[in-house]
Write a protein that binds this ligand. Structure first.
Ligand code: SF4
Ligand code: SF4
Length: 437
Protein backbone atom coordinates (compact mmCIF):
# COMPACT_ATOMS: atom_id res chain seq x y z
CA UNK A 1 0.00 0.00 0.00
CA UNK A 2 1.44 3.36 -0.88
CA UNK A 3 1.22 6.28 1.48
CA UNK A 4 -1.82 8.43 1.02
CA UNK A 5 -1.41 12.17 0.94
CA UNK A 6 -4.85 12.45 2.55
CA UNK A 7 -3.31 11.20 5.76
CA UNK A 8 -1.38 14.43 6.30
CA UNK A 9 -0.17 14.91 9.39
CA UNK A 10 0.28 17.52 11.74
CA UNK A 11 1.68 16.38 15.02
CA UNK A 12 -1.44 16.95 17.13
CA UNK A 13 -3.93 15.49 14.62
CA UNK A 14 -1.72 12.43 14.19
CA UNK A 15 -1.42 12.00 17.92
CA UNK A 16 -5.21 12.33 18.35
CA UNK A 17 -5.87 9.87 15.51
CA UNK A 18 -3.64 7.14 17.00
CA UNK A 19 -5.97 4.58 18.55
CA UNK A 20 -3.05 2.88 20.34
CA UNK A 21 -3.86 -0.47 18.76
CA UNK A 22 -0.16 -1.40 18.63
CA UNK A 23 -0.37 -3.00 15.17
CA UNK A 24 2.65 -0.96 14.11
CA UNK A 25 4.92 -2.19 16.89
CA UNK A 26 5.94 -5.69 15.71
CA UNK A 27 6.81 -4.40 12.22
CA UNK A 28 8.79 -1.35 13.37
CA UNK A 29 12.44 -1.62 12.34
CA UNK A 30 13.85 0.29 15.31
CA UNK A 31 11.56 -1.47 17.79
CA UNK A 32 12.71 -4.86 16.47
CA UNK A 33 16.30 -4.06 17.47
CA UNK A 34 15.60 -1.72 20.40
CA UNK A 35 12.38 -2.97 21.99
CA UNK A 36 11.29 0.09 23.95
CA UNK A 37 7.91 1.88 23.76
CA UNK A 38 9.64 5.25 23.21
CA UNK A 39 11.33 3.91 20.08
CA UNK A 40 8.14 2.59 18.47
CA UNK A 41 5.71 4.37 16.11
CA UNK A 42 3.12 4.66 18.90
CA UNK A 43 5.77 6.04 21.24
CA UNK A 44 7.09 8.52 18.64
CA UNK A 45 3.55 9.77 17.99
CA UNK A 46 2.86 10.23 21.71
CA UNK A 47 6.09 12.13 22.23
CA UNK A 48 5.53 14.31 19.15
CA UNK A 49 2.01 15.15 20.33
CA UNK A 50 3.41 16.15 23.73
CA UNK A 51 6.15 18.19 22.02
CA UNK A 52 3.64 20.18 19.96
CA UNK A 53 1.49 20.85 23.02
CA UNK A 54 4.55 22.22 24.81
CA UNK A 55 4.77 19.31 27.24
CA UNK A 56 8.08 17.95 25.95
CA UNK A 57 11.36 19.77 25.55
CA UNK A 58 13.48 18.88 22.58
CA UNK A 59 16.43 17.91 24.77
CA UNK A 60 19.33 15.62 23.80
CA UNK A 61 17.38 12.55 24.88
CA UNK A 62 14.39 13.47 22.67
CA UNK A 63 16.80 14.25 19.82
CA UNK A 64 18.36 10.83 20.24
CA UNK A 65 14.93 9.15 20.18
CA UNK A 66 13.67 10.97 17.07
CA UNK A 67 16.92 10.26 15.24
CA UNK A 68 16.51 6.52 15.80
CA UNK A 69 13.61 6.06 13.34
CA UNK A 70 14.65 4.37 10.07
CA UNK A 71 11.88 6.14 8.10
CA UNK A 72 11.06 2.73 6.63
CA UNK A 73 7.25 3.33 6.56
CA UNK A 74 6.48 -0.19 7.81
CA UNK A 75 4.26 1.43 10.42
CA UNK A 76 2.27 3.43 7.84
CA UNK A 77 1.71 0.27 5.85
CA UNK A 78 -0.06 -1.57 8.68
CA UNK A 79 -1.70 1.32 10.57
CA UNK A 80 -5.53 1.20 10.28
CA UNK A 81 -5.50 5.01 10.06
CA UNK A 82 -2.44 5.17 7.76
CA UNK A 83 -0.76 7.53 10.20
CA UNK A 84 2.38 8.93 8.62
CA UNK A 85 4.79 8.57 11.53
CA UNK A 86 7.78 8.84 9.21
CA UNK A 87 6.63 12.20 7.87
CA UNK A 88 6.14 13.83 11.24
CA UNK A 89 9.57 12.57 12.25
CA UNK A 90 11.05 14.11 9.10
CA UNK A 91 9.49 17.41 10.16
CA UNK A 92 10.62 17.27 13.80
CA UNK A 93 14.15 16.63 12.56
CA UNK A 94 14.03 20.12 11.05
CA UNK A 95 13.32 21.52 14.53
CA UNK A 96 16.20 19.41 15.89
CA UNK A 97 18.50 20.79 13.18
CA UNK A 98 17.40 24.36 14.07
CA UNK A 99 18.10 23.83 17.74
CA UNK A 100 21.30 21.76 17.65
CA UNK A 101 22.66 22.55 14.20
CA UNK A 102 23.81 19.91 11.72
CA UNK A 103 27.10 18.06 12.20
CA UNK A 104 29.99 19.50 10.14
CA UNK A 105 30.45 16.40 8.00
CA UNK A 106 26.75 16.34 7.05
CA UNK A 107 26.84 20.05 6.20
CA UNK A 108 29.91 19.35 4.04
CA UNK A 109 28.13 16.46 2.32
CA UNK A 110 24.98 18.51 1.63
CA UNK A 111 27.15 21.35 0.27
CA UNK A 112 28.62 18.87 -2.21
CA UNK A 113 25.15 17.68 -3.17
CA UNK A 114 24.13 21.29 -3.90
CA UNK A 115 27.27 21.94 -5.98
CA UNK A 116 27.83 19.18 -8.48
CA UNK A 117 31.01 20.61 -9.97
CA UNK A 118 32.70 20.56 -6.54
CA UNK A 119 31.38 17.05 -5.93
CA UNK A 120 32.85 15.98 -9.29
CA UNK A 121 36.29 17.23 -8.22
CA UNK A 122 36.07 15.66 -4.74
CA UNK A 123 35.01 12.31 -6.24
CA UNK A 124 37.91 12.46 -8.72
CA UNK A 125 40.36 12.97 -5.87
CA UNK A 126 38.60 10.22 -3.94
CA UNK A 127 39.08 7.87 -6.89
CA UNK A 128 42.78 8.77 -7.23
CA UNK A 129 43.61 8.33 -3.56
CA UNK A 130 41.08 5.69 -2.50
CA UNK A 131 43.66 2.95 -2.10
CA UNK A 132 45.46 4.95 0.64
CA UNK A 133 42.80 4.00 3.18
CA UNK A 134 40.63 1.49 1.34
CA UNK A 135 41.23 -1.76 -0.53
CA UNK A 136 39.23 -2.66 -3.62
CA UNK A 137 36.83 -5.63 -3.41
CA UNK A 138 36.03 -6.01 -7.11
CA UNK A 139 33.70 -9.02 -6.82
CA UNK A 140 31.60 -7.28 -4.17
CA UNK A 141 31.78 -3.91 -5.93
CA UNK A 142 33.00 -2.11 -2.84
CA UNK A 143 35.94 -0.69 -0.93
CA UNK A 144 37.02 -2.14 2.38
CA UNK A 145 38.38 0.15 5.11
CA UNK A 146 42.03 -0.89 5.77
CA UNK A 147 41.93 0.69 9.22
CA UNK A 148 39.42 2.48 11.42
CA UNK A 149 38.41 5.90 10.12
CA UNK A 150 36.11 8.46 11.80
CA UNK A 151 32.74 6.64 12.02
CA UNK A 152 33.98 3.82 9.76
CA UNK A 153 35.34 0.77 11.52
CA UNK A 154 38.09 -1.37 10.04
CA UNK A 155 36.80 -3.93 7.51
CA UNK A 156 33.55 -2.09 6.69
CA UNK A 157 32.56 -2.32 3.04
CA UNK A 158 31.90 1.08 1.45
CA UNK A 159 30.60 1.85 -2.04
CA UNK A 160 33.22 1.84 -4.76
CA UNK A 161 34.20 5.07 -6.56
CA UNK A 162 34.05 5.31 -10.35
CA UNK A 163 36.83 6.85 -12.43
CA UNK A 164 34.26 8.88 -14.33
CA UNK A 165 30.71 9.68 -13.21
CA UNK A 166 27.74 8.43 -15.24
CA UNK A 167 26.73 12.01 -16.11
CA UNK A 168 30.21 12.71 -17.47
CA UNK A 169 30.39 9.46 -19.44
CA UNK A 170 27.68 10.01 -22.04
CA UNK A 171 26.64 12.77 -24.41
CA UNK A 172 23.50 14.71 -23.52
CA UNK A 173 21.56 13.20 -26.44
CA UNK A 174 21.71 9.58 -27.61
CA UNK A 175 19.43 9.03 -30.62
CA UNK A 176 17.52 5.77 -31.02
CA UNK A 177 19.62 3.34 -33.14
CA UNK A 178 16.86 3.09 -35.77
CA UNK A 179 14.91 6.26 -36.53
CA UNK A 180 11.15 5.62 -36.66
CA UNK A 181 8.13 7.87 -36.45
CA UNK A 182 6.92 6.52 -33.14
CA UNK A 183 10.28 6.35 -31.33
CA UNK A 184 9.90 6.68 -27.57
CA UNK A 185 12.00 9.33 -25.87
CA UNK A 186 13.10 9.28 -22.25
CA UNK A 187 15.29 11.34 -19.93
CA UNK A 188 17.38 9.74 -17.17
CA UNK A 189 17.65 11.00 -13.60
CA UNK A 190 20.47 8.90 -12.27
CA UNK A 191 20.72 9.49 -8.50
CA UNK A 192 23.99 10.33 -6.72
CA UNK A 193 25.12 6.80 -5.80
CA UNK A 194 24.54 5.49 -9.33
CA UNK A 195 26.27 8.58 -10.69
CA UNK A 196 29.48 8.33 -8.68
CA UNK A 197 29.65 4.85 -7.21
CA UNK A 198 27.58 2.20 -8.97
CA UNK A 199 27.93 3.50 -12.54
CA UNK A 200 27.20 0.09 -14.07
CA UNK A 201 23.52 0.74 -13.28
CA UNK A 202 23.35 3.68 -15.70
CA UNK A 203 25.47 1.82 -18.28
CA UNK A 204 23.03 -1.09 -18.09
CA UNK A 205 20.01 1.20 -18.47
CA UNK A 206 21.62 2.77 -21.55
CA UNK A 207 22.22 -0.70 -23.04
CA UNK A 208 18.60 -1.74 -22.42
CA UNK A 209 17.19 1.49 -23.89
CA UNK A 210 19.35 1.04 -26.99
CA UNK A 211 18.05 -2.52 -27.50
CA UNK A 212 14.50 -1.13 -27.13
CA UNK A 213 15.33 1.55 -29.72
CA UNK A 214 14.53 4.41 -27.33
CA UNK A 215 16.03 7.89 -27.65
CA UNK A 216 17.78 9.07 -24.48
CA UNK A 217 18.35 12.51 -23.02
CA UNK A 218 20.74 12.84 -20.06
CA UNK A 219 20.01 16.17 -18.37
CA UNK A 220 23.47 17.21 -17.23
CA UNK A 221 22.38 19.91 -14.78
CA UNK A 222 20.32 17.59 -12.60
CA UNK A 223 21.04 17.84 -8.89
CA UNK A 224 20.45 15.49 -5.96
CA UNK A 225 16.72 14.83 -5.40
CA UNK A 226 17.11 16.13 -1.83
CA UNK A 227 16.40 12.85 0.01
CA UNK A 228 19.57 12.71 2.19
CA UNK A 229 19.02 16.30 3.39
CA UNK A 230 15.26 15.73 3.90
CA UNK A 231 15.80 12.69 6.12
CA UNK A 232 18.33 14.69 8.16
CA UNK A 233 16.20 17.83 8.62
CA UNK A 234 18.31 20.20 6.49
CA UNK A 235 15.25 21.86 4.95
CA UNK A 236 17.23 24.75 3.39
CA UNK A 237 19.20 22.28 1.26
CA UNK A 238 15.99 20.41 0.44
CA UNK A 239 14.24 23.58 -0.74
CA UNK A 240 17.24 24.65 -2.83
CA UNK A 241 17.67 21.25 -4.51
CA UNK A 242 14.00 20.66 -5.25
CA UNK A 243 13.38 24.12 -6.68
CA UNK A 244 16.49 23.98 -8.88
CA UNK A 245 15.49 20.54 -10.18
CA UNK A 246 11.88 21.56 -10.84
CA UNK A 247 12.96 24.64 -12.81
CA UNK A 248 15.33 22.46 -14.83
CA UNK A 249 12.88 19.60 -15.39
CA UNK A 250 10.23 22.08 -16.60
CA UNK A 251 12.60 23.14 -19.39
CA UNK A 252 12.50 19.69 -21.06
CA UNK A 253 9.84 17.47 -19.50
CA UNK A 254 7.15 18.13 -22.15
CA UNK A 255 9.41 16.74 -24.88
CA UNK A 256 9.84 13.31 -23.26
CA UNK A 257 7.61 10.34 -22.53
CA UNK A 258 9.17 9.77 -19.14
CA UNK A 259 11.99 10.59 -16.76
CA UNK A 260 13.41 7.24 -15.66
CA UNK A 261 15.12 6.72 -12.32
CA UNK A 262 16.89 3.43 -11.55
CA UNK A 263 16.64 4.20 -7.82
CA UNK A 264 13.69 3.70 -5.44
CA UNK A 265 14.64 6.41 -2.93
CA UNK A 266 15.14 9.16 -5.52
CA UNK A 267 11.95 8.32 -7.41
CA UNK A 268 9.92 8.16 -4.17
CA UNK A 269 11.40 11.50 -3.09
CA UNK A 270 10.40 13.13 -6.39
CA UNK A 271 6.99 11.50 -6.90
CA UNK A 272 5.92 11.62 -3.27
CA UNK A 273 7.98 13.78 -0.93
CA UNK A 274 8.49 16.87 -3.09
CA UNK A 275 4.76 17.50 -3.00
CA UNK A 276 4.61 16.84 0.73
CA UNK A 277 7.53 19.14 1.42
CA UNK A 278 5.82 22.08 -0.32
CA UNK A 279 2.44 21.24 1.27
CA UNK A 280 4.04 21.20 4.71
CA UNK A 281 5.95 24.41 4.14
CA UNK A 282 2.94 26.23 2.62
CA UNK A 283 4.31 26.82 -0.86
CA UNK A 284 1.21 25.93 -2.93
CA UNK A 285 2.55 27.20 -6.26
CA UNK A 286 5.68 25.09 -5.95
CA UNK A 287 3.56 22.16 -4.83
CA UNK A 288 1.60 22.32 -8.11
CA UNK A 289 4.82 22.58 -10.11
CA UNK A 290 6.23 19.56 -8.25
CA UNK A 291 3.10 17.53 -9.00
CA UNK A 292 3.24 18.47 -12.67
CA UNK A 293 6.85 17.43 -13.29
CA UNK A 294 6.63 14.34 -11.11
CA UNK A 295 3.81 12.95 -13.28
CA UNK A 296 6.47 12.03 -15.84
CA UNK A 297 8.82 10.45 -13.28
CA UNK A 298 9.00 6.64 -12.95
CA UNK A 299 11.15 4.00 -11.38
CA UNK A 300 12.96 2.48 -14.35
CA UNK A 301 11.80 -1.15 -14.15
CA UNK A 302 8.17 -0.13 -13.60
CA UNK A 303 8.13 2.08 -16.71
CA UNK A 304 10.01 -0.46 -18.83
CA UNK A 305 7.59 -3.19 -17.76
CA UNK A 306 4.45 -1.13 -18.42
CA UNK A 307 5.48 0.75 -21.56
CA UNK A 308 7.90 -1.33 -23.59
CA UNK A 309 8.37 -4.78 -25.09
CA UNK A 310 11.20 -5.60 -22.68
CA UNK A 311 9.51 -8.63 -21.09
CA UNK A 312 9.02 -10.28 -24.52
CA UNK A 313 12.52 -9.36 -25.67
CA UNK A 314 14.00 -10.91 -22.53
CA UNK A 315 11.99 -14.04 -23.20
CA UNK A 316 13.04 -14.34 -26.84
CA UNK A 317 16.57 -12.92 -26.87
CA UNK A 318 17.85 -13.03 -23.30
CA UNK A 319 20.04 -15.89 -22.11
CA UNK A 320 18.53 -18.30 -19.58
CA UNK A 321 20.96 -17.83 -16.73
CA UNK A 322 21.89 -20.39 -14.07
CA UNK A 323 22.53 -17.83 -11.32
CA UNK A 324 19.73 -17.76 -8.74
CA UNK A 325 18.40 -14.31 -7.77
CA UNK A 326 16.50 -13.20 -4.67
CA UNK A 327 14.73 -9.84 -4.78
CA UNK A 328 14.71 -7.46 -1.81
CA UNK A 329 11.85 -4.91 -1.66
CA UNK A 330 13.21 -1.43 -0.98
CA UNK A 331 10.84 0.40 1.41
CA UNK A 332 10.70 3.32 -1.03
CA UNK A 333 9.67 1.00 -3.88
CA UNK A 334 7.10 -1.38 -2.43
CA UNK A 335 5.60 0.57 0.44
CA UNK A 336 5.84 4.10 -0.93
CA UNK A 337 5.31 3.48 -4.67
CA UNK A 338 3.62 0.07 -4.75
CA UNK A 339 6.35 -1.37 -7.03
CA UNK A 340 7.32 -4.99 -6.42
CA UNK A 341 5.88 -7.10 -9.25
CA UNK A 342 7.61 -5.33 -12.15
CA UNK A 343 11.30 -5.94 -11.31
CA UNK A 344 10.54 -9.52 -10.23
CA UNK A 345 8.64 -10.32 -13.45
CA UNK A 346 11.42 -8.94 -15.64
CA UNK A 347 14.14 -10.77 -13.72
CA UNK A 348 12.19 -14.04 -13.75
CA UNK A 349 12.31 -14.13 -17.55
CA UNK A 350 15.99 -15.13 -17.41
CA UNK A 351 16.93 -15.98 -13.83
CA UNK A 352 15.67 -18.66 -11.44
CA UNK A 353 14.11 -16.65 -8.60
CA UNK A 354 13.89 -17.56 -4.95
CA UNK A 355 12.02 -15.51 -2.35
CA UNK A 356 13.64 -14.83 1.01
CA UNK A 357 11.48 -15.41 4.10
CA UNK A 358 10.59 -11.70 4.43
CA UNK A 359 11.63 -9.73 1.31
CA UNK A 360 9.69 -6.72 2.55
CA UNK A 361 11.66 -6.35 5.79
CA UNK A 362 13.62 -3.08 5.86
CA UNK A 363 17.36 -3.52 5.15
CA UNK A 364 18.23 -0.94 7.83
CA UNK A 365 19.91 1.75 5.74
CA UNK A 366 18.05 4.55 7.50
CA UNK A 367 19.80 7.65 6.06
CA UNK A 368 22.97 9.64 6.71
CA UNK A 369 22.69 9.74 10.52
CA UNK A 370 22.01 6.01 10.75
CA UNK A 371 25.00 5.25 8.52
CA UNK A 372 27.34 7.41 10.58
CA UNK A 373 26.58 8.37 14.21
CA UNK A 374 24.07 5.55 14.72
CA UNK A 375 25.67 2.87 12.59
CA UNK A 376 25.26 0.36 15.43
CA UNK A 377 21.50 0.44 14.75
CA UNK A 378 22.02 -0.05 10.99
CA UNK A 379 24.33 -2.97 11.77
CA UNK A 380 21.77 -4.60 14.04
CA UNK A 381 18.95 -4.12 11.50
CA UNK A 382 21.12 -5.54 8.70
CA UNK A 383 21.96 -8.82 10.47
CA UNK A 384 18.59 -10.61 10.09
CA UNK A 385 18.37 -9.49 6.49
CA UNK A 386 21.85 -10.89 5.73
CA UNK A 387 20.83 -14.18 7.38
CA UNK A 388 17.66 -14.33 5.23
CA UNK A 389 19.70 -13.78 2.07
CA UNK A 390 22.16 -16.49 3.10
CA UNK A 391 19.30 -18.95 3.62
CA UNK A 392 18.21 -18.56 -0.02
CA UNK A 393 21.69 -19.58 -1.27
CA UNK A 394 21.14 -17.14 -4.15
CA UNK A 395 24.12 -15.91 -6.16
CA UNK A 396 22.63 -12.43 -6.40
CA UNK A 397 20.41 -10.29 -4.24
CA UNK A 398 18.77 -7.59 -6.30
CA UNK A 399 16.94 -4.35 -5.49
CA UNK A 400 16.46 -1.16 -7.46
CA UNK A 401 17.97 0.98 -4.73
CA UNK A 402 21.60 1.90 -4.12
CA UNK A 403 20.94 2.86 -0.49
CA UNK A 404 19.83 -0.76 0.11
CA UNK A 405 22.96 -1.81 -1.80
CA UNK A 406 25.27 0.14 0.54
CA UNK A 407 23.56 -1.34 3.59
CA UNK A 408 23.08 -4.93 2.42
CA UNK A 409 26.55 -5.22 0.89
CA UNK A 410 28.05 -4.31 4.26
CA UNK A 411 25.59 -6.49 6.21
CA UNK A 412 26.57 -9.47 4.01
CA UNK A 413 30.26 -8.55 4.24
CA UNK A 414 30.08 -8.49 8.02
CA UNK A 415 28.14 -11.81 8.16
CA UNK A 416 30.47 -13.40 5.56
CA UNK A 417 27.63 -14.07 3.12
CA UNK A 418 28.92 -14.71 -0.42
CA UNK A 419 25.83 -13.40 -2.26
CA UNK A 420 26.53 -10.32 -4.40
CA UNK A 421 24.22 -7.31 -4.77
CA UNK A 422 23.12 -6.18 -8.25
CA UNK A 423 20.52 -3.68 -9.41
CA UNK A 424 17.88 -5.50 -11.55
CA UNK A 425 18.90 -3.40 -14.55
CA UNK A 426 22.45 -4.79 -14.33
CA UNK A 427 21.14 -8.36 -14.33
CA UNK A 428 18.68 -7.68 -17.16
CA UNK A 429 21.39 -6.07 -19.32
CA UNK A 430 23.72 -9.00 -18.59
CA UNK A 431 21.11 -11.56 -19.72
CA UNK A 432 20.52 -9.58 -22.93
CA UNK A 433 24.24 -9.19 -23.58
CA UNK A 434 24.98 -12.89 -23.06
CA UNK A 435 21.94 -13.80 -25.18
CA UNK A 436 23.52 -11.94 -28.11
CA UNK A 437 26.85 -13.79 -27.82
S1 SF4 B 1 9.20 4.53 9.97
FE1 SF4 B 1 9.99 2.46 10.42
S2 SF4 B 1 11.45 2.73 12.12
FE2 SF4 B 1 10.22 4.62 11.97
S3 SF4 B 1 8.55 4.32 13.41
FE3 SF4 B 1 7.79 3.62 11.42
S4 SF4 B 1 8.23 1.42 11.39
FE4 SF4 B 1 9.45 2.30 13.05
S1 SF4 C 1 -1.00 1.16 14.14
FE1 SF4 C 1 -1.52 3.35 13.89
S2 SF4 C 1 -3.23 3.66 15.30
FE2 SF4 C 1 -2.31 1.71 15.89
S3 SF4 C 1 -0.81 2.29 17.51
FE3 SF4 C 1 0.30 2.30 15.58
S4 SF4 C 1 0.20 4.43 14.87
FE4 SF4 C 1 -1.39 4.17 16.47
Amino acid sequence: MSKSLDTIFNFTDTSDACIKCGKCIPVCTIHQINPDETTSPRGFIDLLGAYKQGNLTLDKNAKDIFESCFLCTNCVDVCPNSLATDMIIEEVRADIADKYGIAWFKRGFFFLLRNRWVMDIVMKFGYMFKTCALSEEKEKGGLRARFSLPMVKKGRLLPSLAKRSFLNSYPENTPAPIQKKQTQRVAIFIGCLANYNYTNIGDSLMEILSILNIEVFIPKKQLCCGAPAYFTGDMKSVEYLIKKNIEYFESFVEEYDAILIPEATCSAMITHDWEIFFANHTMPEWKERAIKVSQKVYMATAWLYDNTDLANILESRGKKMDAVVTYHDPCHARKVQGIWKEPRTLLAKNYPMVEMSDPNRCCGFGGVTMQTEKFYFAEAAGKPKAAMIKETQAKYVSAECSACRVQLSEAMNSAKVETVFKNPLELIAQALREGEE
